[in-house]
Design a protein around this ligand. Structure first.
Ligand SMILES: [Cu+2]
Length: 273
């Protein structure tokens, strides 16, 4: 086996690449995105099931990678907030769409990367601290985030206007409530689901995506388009990379004790189906 760091590179020009691709058309709901496919971590296929509570001493392996965008980056269109002056005046410069953000170096932001298979059997302690989802300037912050099953999401409205938080989910029930200025409400997702969508019914441009995961091995790409999943047990893994417009890709990798392996992904307009 080569020692080359890059085991998998889902280059979009190669036929067959993205065979697990579940690309949705733009604007589809999360349930449409994921169709009837298995949810990450739900399967017992393809790996050992060590069982029991997670032992951090086993977490010696690291997976890292870069998510790139192939092609001319789409223009980030202005978000029209004129109908709600309190939203528009919050922004010093006109807000632009967060749907596709290609970094200056050609990498792609807001891609949710998660271990899809290989961790079944472990039970991971749930963090006591909440994940915060705020509404600021009539924008959800963050736009894409991860949260653990059983972990609290603290949903806040830091704006001076009323919002509505509406969950679109296939596995986590219903959630739909109005939130007045300065309000705060906690919510806990009970079932793994990659992804769920939160929208404001009052301001149609307000959308946020959450990956609800049973384990702690997930990341969202930011500037630089990179991710790193540290503290993994050595093993065989399937890694999923999800983007709200360009769908999902998966890659397989084997990582050993004290090893670091790289799994890269490339998205492009061509991968839409
Ligand atoms: Cu709103």
């Amino acid at each position: 086996m080569s020692k080359m760091a890059i085991l998998i590179s889902c280059l979009c020009l190669l036929s067959g690449c993205g065979g697990n691709n579940e690309n949705p058309p733009s604007g589809t709901t999360p349930s449409e995105t994921n169709g009837t496919s298995a949810q990450p971590g739900d399967t017992t296929e393809g790996g050992k099931a060590p069982g029991g509570t997670w032992d951090p001493a086993r977490g010696t392996a690291t997976l890292k990678g870069t998510v790139r965008f192939d092609g001319k980056p789409p223009r980030r269109r202005p978000v029209q907030m004129g109908a709600e002056p309190a939203c528009a005046e919050h922004h010093k410069t006109p807000p632009v769409s967060e749907t596709v953000i290609v970094n200056a170096d050609g990498t792609l932001r807001n891609v949710f990367v998660v271990i899809k298979k290989g961790l079944q059997g472990w039970k991971f302690p749930v963090p006591s601290e909440p994940v915060v989802l705020d509404q600021v300037g009539c924008t959800y912050v963050p736009h894409v985030f991860g949260v653990r099953t059983g972990q609290t999401v603290n949903i806040r409205n830091s704006d001076g206007v009323e919002h509505n938080v509406h969950l679109f989910s296939k596995r986590n029930g219903r959630l739909n409530f109005a939130q007045t200025k300065g309000a705060s409400r906690d919510h806990v997702f009970k079932r793994q689901e990659v992804m769920v969508q939160l929208k404001c019914d009052i301001h149609g441009w307000m959308k946020s995506w959450a990956g609800v995961v049973k384990h702690p091995f997930f990341a969202v790409t930011a500037d630089g388009g990179t991710f790193e999943l540290k503290g993994l047990p050595p093993g065989d893994y399937e890694v999923e990379a999800w983007h709200e417009k360009y769908g999902s890709q998966t890659g397989k990798v084997t990582v050993g004790d004290n090893e670091t392996k790289t799994v890269d992904f490339t998205f492009s307009k061509k991968k839409r189906s």
